[in-house]
Design a protein around this ligand. Structure first.
Ligand SMILES: Cc1cc2nc3c(=O)[nH]c(=O)nc-3n(C[C@H](O)[C@H](O)[C@H](O)COP(=O)(O)OP(=O)(O)OC[C@H]3O[C@@H](n4cnc5c(N)ncnc54)[C@H](O)[C@@H]3O)c2cc1C
Length: 417
């Protein structure tokens, strides 16, 4: 797109064209807003998949986006947890089935690259969305409006900015939002695998001393009927060693770590390595600005919560701004106070509970091992608690945003500028 062709004004400007930003662009376009989304569409993330739970699937279905994604996705009908810590208090393997909470599946697992590619293709085909594959550098957030500077020239004026540009969000910094970050002595090794034995649509998570080692079901394909994605949290030193192995050697180590549950294993793509860290902010809003996704929260991939939480950010933000004339600053301020309030508990709960769970694996102390084993046995033994735990992972408590309800929403056309 040449500079003269770039539109310079919109209702909603979305920063970042990752899964978060593109999802937000679609949701606001469906609300009747004109949307510009700026970011490079990246579809070369090695070995990464996202397990999307029921609420997220409803979100994509409501926006007519899931049909294109579904052929790339595999259902997760069960979750198996295996204690492989060698603790003095070992727990028996636990298996949770989606039918226990009346769902055909807990969710669907899809390659990040396929999801982002489909969301970007749908954005390009949507006349309400302009996708600019560029970069923004500089934001002005004012009572009367917002603007952002496009690298290479030009400003984009917007009534509202959605910051979906990930952990190093510049919009967040300019809005003066305080961020607390920390790291874990872990790197996630990710790779897609083909294996000899079927996964039966069950995700298997071994809890090891370095963190979880997880196989999540993937859609089979010709010549490779049984496929899974693997996430293995190891020390950075161990990650470097694993990355230096040949594909055959690495596959052999993965087969050993999985105790041969899936038989012979081969790598089915490049290997990724992602250092583990976490992030939380003191606010998720600024003047005419809302943070979504990893600009607002980050944590290790335990329980497949990251993008699911992000989509709840988006769905909630859309509800908060529904029917508002974005020219009017006061109603926006009120809507943002509601967004702030609504998101605080959900985000705080995920960041903190995943932190505790992750550290409980890393700490080698008998009382911690005992507490972890006790909690897992306790929650899985009692039907109502067990089902509550499963529901919390899939469709968390609290008000459900309209885009995540069982019946798809009918949007009132928002006032256009
Ligand atoms: C190993 C692993 C496994 C995971 N598994 C799951 C799972 O099973 N389920 C789940 O829900 N979540 C999972 N997650 C989390 C999930 O992958 C992330 O939450 C999600 O991919 C983040 O997407 P995002 O769009 O917020 O951020 P990003 O993908 O980081 O996208 C942000 C984009 O913004 C761009 N950008 C930055 N600054 C600017 C700027 N100034 N202008 C324009 N563009 C900009 C960046 O280049 C980038 O493309 C996992 C994470 C990891 C590490």
């Amino acid at each position: 797109m040449s500079e003269t062709e770039i539109p310079h004004a919109c209702d909603v400007l979305v920063v970042g064209a990752g899964a978060a930003g593109l999802s937000a662009a679609h949701a606001f376009a469906a609300q009747g807003r004109s949307v510009i989304v700026v970011g490079k569409v990246e579809t070369h993330l090695a070995g990464r998949t996202v397990a999307l739970f029921e609420g997220s699937l409803r979100f994509f279905r409501a926006l007519n986006l899931w049909e294109a994604c579904e052929p790339h996705a595999a259902p997760m009908e069960g979750i198996r947890l295996i204690d492989d810590t060698g603790s003095m208090f070992p727990t028996e393997p636990k298996e949770f089935r989606s039918r226990e909470i009346d769902l055909d599946a807990f969710g669907q697992n899809i390659e990040n690259n396929a999801l982002v590619a489909e969301l970007a293709a749908a954005a390009r085909a949507n006349p309400a969305i302009t996708l600019i594959e560029g970069f923004l550098d500089g934001f002005e957030l004012n009572y009367s409006g917002a603007r952002a500077k496009l690298v290479g020239g030009g400003w984009i004026d917007a009534q509202f900015i959605v910051a979906g540009e990930g952990r190093n969000s510049q919009a967040r910094q300019i809005a003066g939002i305080t961020v607390k970050t920390w790291t874990y002595p872990q790197t996630a090794i990710t790779v897609l695998l083909k294996h000899e034995k079927p996964h039966h649509n069950i995700s298997t998570e071994w809890h090891k001393r370095s963190g979880p080692f997880t196989f999540v079901p993937l859609q089979g394909r010709e010549g490779a009927p049984h496929r899974s994605s693997m996430v293995w949290l190891v020390t950075p030193r161990e990650a470097a060693r694993l990355q230096a192995l040949s594909p055959e050697e690495l596959a052999g180590e993965i087969q050993d770590q999985s105790h041969d549950r899936f038989g012979h294993i081969e790598l089915d793509g490049p290997v990724g390595a992602f250092p583990m860290g976490a992030l939380k902010t003191d606010r998720v809003t600024g003047l005419r600005l809302a943070l979504i996704g990893e600009s607002a929260h980050l944590f290790p991939p335990i329980g497949a919560q990251g993008l699911n939480l992000t989509l709840r950010d988006v769905a909630n933000l859309v509800d908060c701004l529904e029917g508002l004339d974005l020219d009017e600053p006061d109603p926006i301020s009120r809507a943002l106070r509601r967004y702030e309030r609504d998101r605080a508990r959900d985000i705080g709960f995920r960041v903190n509970s995943i932190d505790v769970l992750n550290r409980s694996l890393l700490v080698h102390a008998l009382p911690v091992d005992f507490a972890r084993a006790f909690a897992l046995n306790f929650f899985s033994a009692f039907g109502p608690l067990r089902r509550a735990l499963m529901r919390e992972g899939v469709t968390p408590h609290g008000p459900t945003p309209k885009l995540m309800r069982e019946r798809p929403p009918v949007f009132s056309r928002a006032a256009r500028r």
